[in-house]
Design a protein around this ligand. Structure first.
Ligand code: MG
Length: 375
């Protein structure tokens, strides 16, 4: 499986869903796992809406591809559309059922969003709430053309008419957004049961309260129900608690050294001294690995080469693998091969920083927010 939940981000996640005060069933569905989040709001009556939204979420859950690639995320959402569209022919649900889908992938400091319909993504950054997605709705079209104001939209008779949805047409495509994340940001995905009942100001207020992601999710749903609860309400709240430092490029000096070693290895192989070449390379290479729970630096190569062990212990560090964030402990179990002792020591230093840096104090993470809409 190559999907990357992986982000080594530390995230705190909250989620809540409510049937509301008027509906007899909850047609919303959501996903909040690893680094993949989504909200789907089904429609179709007679439980078909629940089936449509559940099918869309199930398609996301079953993903095997790397969803940090926007093309893969877009393809998967289009696949979810076809799944919902085709389901009635398989005897699942009813013809005419549909669902919105707003999905978010977090990959280090990148936030990738795919959206069809009027379930929204908001991002709270430095206590300011911004609406990331633009609804696929009749009202949004009137707003875009300036025919009505935001205030007039609230009581508009055609409020709730969606112009793009999964399950209606085979070539429906999502809008994609990419944003830069910083530590302290709070992401919200929600169905229209929330933004249809309370204004963005009230959403912002609930989002800026200093409480956990789960408490925030509960407060948002409670606010929607207190305002009337006319629809199902579903929210997913994600706090960005840490972002791993960016991978560092090797300084020129070390790149040059690696290049020379590579040349010597190639030369040795070409001249027949295969083992000599490998030994030469091994004597300069290094790796880090876990032994008895402790991270150890070795010179040499991980594993065997021609049945021989070309490795020499260099240092048992004071770092326990268990003090690092997943998936590093798992990776270190098999050893991480590096080009030189300098690189190994740099890596150890990075691990040390990861352990020492208090929450919210990571360095080098002040890149400005960048938004790019792919279409
Ligand atoms: Mg709804």
């Amino acid at each position: 499986m190559s999907r990357r939940p992986l982000s080594s981000n530390r995230l705190e996640i909250g989620s809540a869903t409510s049937i509301g005060k008027l509906r007899t069933n909850n047609e919303d569905a959501y996903l909040a796992a690893d680094s993949l989040f989504a909200v789907a709001d089904g429609m179709g009556g007679h439980a078909a809406g629940e089936i449509a939204s559940t099918l869309a979420i199930s398609t996301l859950k079953s993903a095997r591809e790397d969803l940090t690639d926007p093309a893969n995320l877009k393809r998967l959402v289009m696949q979810a559309n076809l799944t919902v569209l085709d389901a009635p022919r398989q005897g699942i649900g009813r013809a005419g059922m549909g669902t919105t889908l707003t999905a978010a992938v977090i990959d280090n400091d990148r936030l990738l969003i795919a959206q069809i319909g009027d379930s929204r993504a908001y991002l709270l950054h430095e206590n300011k709430l911004r609406r990331v997605t633009r609804d696929h709705s009749y009202i949004q079209e009137l707003l875009n053309s300036g025919e009505i104001t935001e205030a007039e939209s609230r009581d508009h008779p055609r409020r709730g008419v969606i112009t793009r949805v999964l399950g209606f047409e085979s070539d429906t495509q999502p809008d994609l957004y990419e944003l830069r994340l910083e530590v302290g940001d709070r992401l919200l995905l929600c169905s229209d049961g929330l933004h249809g009942m309370i204004e963005d100001d009230e959403i912002a207020l609930a989002m800026t309260e200093p409480r956990t992601a789960q408490q925030c999710a509960d407060a948002l749903v409670r606010a929607a129900n207190n305002a009337g609860g006319q629809d199902n309400t579903t929210v997913v709240v994600v706090d960005i608690c840490s972002i791993p430092p960016p991978a560092r490029r090797l300084p020129f000096r070390r790149s040059l050294r690696s290049g020379i070693l590579g040349f010597l290895l190639a030369f040795s192989i070409l001249t027949g001294s295969v083992f000599g070449g490998v030994w030469l390379y091994a004597s300069h290479a290094a790796y880090v690995i876990t032994e008895d729970g402790q991270i150890v630096i070795y010179r040499g190569l991980v594993g065997d080469v021609f049945g021989l062990k070309l490795q020499w212990q260099h240092e048992v560090t004071d770092i326990k693998a268990s003090s690092l964030e997943s998936p590093l402990p798992e990776r270190l179990r098999n050893g991480i091969q590096l080009g030189s002792l300098d690189e190994a020591e740099d890596l150890i230093e990075q691990y040390r920083q990861q352990i020492d840096e208090p929450k919210g104090q990571q360095k080098g993470l002040s890149a400005p927010h960048i938004e790019e809409q792919y279409q």
